[in-house]
Design a protein around this ligand. Sequence first.
Ligand code: NAD
Length: 473
Amino acid sequence: MPAQISVTNPATGQVIADYDLATPADVDVAVDAARKVQPEWARTPPGERAAVLHRVAALLTERTEEFALAETRQCGKPIRLSREFDLPGTIDNAAFFAGAARIPQGLAAGEYSADHTSAIRREPVGVVGSIAPWNYPLNMAGWKIFPALASGNAVVIKPAEITPITTLLLADVFAAAGLPDGLLTVLVGRGRDVGEAIAGHPGIDMVSFTGSTPVGKRVAELAARGPRRVHLELGGKAPFVVFDDADLDAAIQGAVAGALINGGQDCTAATRAYVQRPLYDRFVAGVADVLDTVRMGDPEDPATDLGSLISRGHAERVHGFVRRAVEAGAQAVRGGTAPDGAFHAPTLIVGAAQDAEIVQDELFGPVLVVLPFDTDDEGLALANDTRFGLAASAWTSSVHRAGRASRELTAGCVWINDHIPIVSEMPHGGVKASGYGKDMSVYALEDYTVVKHVMSDNTAVARKAWHRTVFGG
Ligand code: NAD
């Protein structure tokens, strides 16, 4: 009997699905199947591969409600978020990669040596092993699967074992859309065995990982033994810098939305607000007022703003950060109470030290820390004082401050006067401990393809001019 895993709705504590757990032997089977069919998929014209992705986008559109409900039930996230963010984002991403993979980017072919014509071929990497997290299971699966398949690869993907449902449904949708067997396998398995088997598998040509920084390092170590190409989308601790000329109301609304989206379980969530001293008190009071209006409750109720976190254990972990911060002298202006099951109250913390764990470590919950600063130099330095570098935002009405912040904030994405929005056409990915590689955009297609240089002789002579360097004469 294979070991089983139960998927639990964190908001209710009820088991909603049971699965046999995959094993490393299943990784071998999936990789063998992928290796057999991938070469033919690579030779399939991009337009035909794109047609499959367009059908996937259409089927996801038809089945939006079913997918949204499944995502909400396995994650505890508000149904409004699933319907209006997760699903439309994934559908747009499928449609984007269907088109983008039809225009592979590269240098122009030409005679860069007088005797040769050079051309670039952009070819799939081969078999991609993907490992995904639990916070946006469908989005993350899409970000990995769409560019990889669109550019001619096969994919073996392991969703987080606690949230596999929508990734399995997505595989059904691909089958219904006509994707040949073997090109996409979903393995519901644990990280320590199936995840490690994927990361270290000799039949896998590239490992694409989204998750925490410590696990990402482990995955990179295993992949390096190949060596194999690695793409790492890791943790974040995004700063939110409010200069004294900012539109205060916009910054307050933006901070609450940016901190609470997906219960703060978002790698780009606003976690640390640095507010220039003249606005500091009004910003803290304004955020507290908006937090008072947040409706936490049943994730399936369209009126709910904040659902449960991913599990009771995770809510307790988040609360541990808050409790220790308060014990160290910080104040909880709102929230700070012990969780109720997997529900964690939205929490506003002031008075924490810059080097406190609540300011430095990714806690992945609905907690915003606010700290003051005096000069622009200090605000930017505090924002950059982190080991992460995924996302950041700056709030100002000055074009010069906006320009300086865009240049000096160390992150893969800098928003000006907003925080969170993403688009399929633009890349998502970090620097420093947030990893390397890009999801979305044509930069993802670069990651999932290999550039080959083909150099053809134009002279048709046996003894070529350059042979002189060997034969002389
Ligand atoms: P996690 O690192 O615990 O797990 C991620 C995946 O790795 C899961 O599928 C897990 O089963 C697997 N895994 C665990 N141990 C493994 C091992 N030893 N070898 C191989 N695979 C293993 O992360 P999580 O808790 O699922 O997700 C939250 C994290 O993901 C946060 O740090 C968040 O910032 C990050 N994240 C980053 C992005 C991004 O784009 N940068 C997006 C979403 C989430």
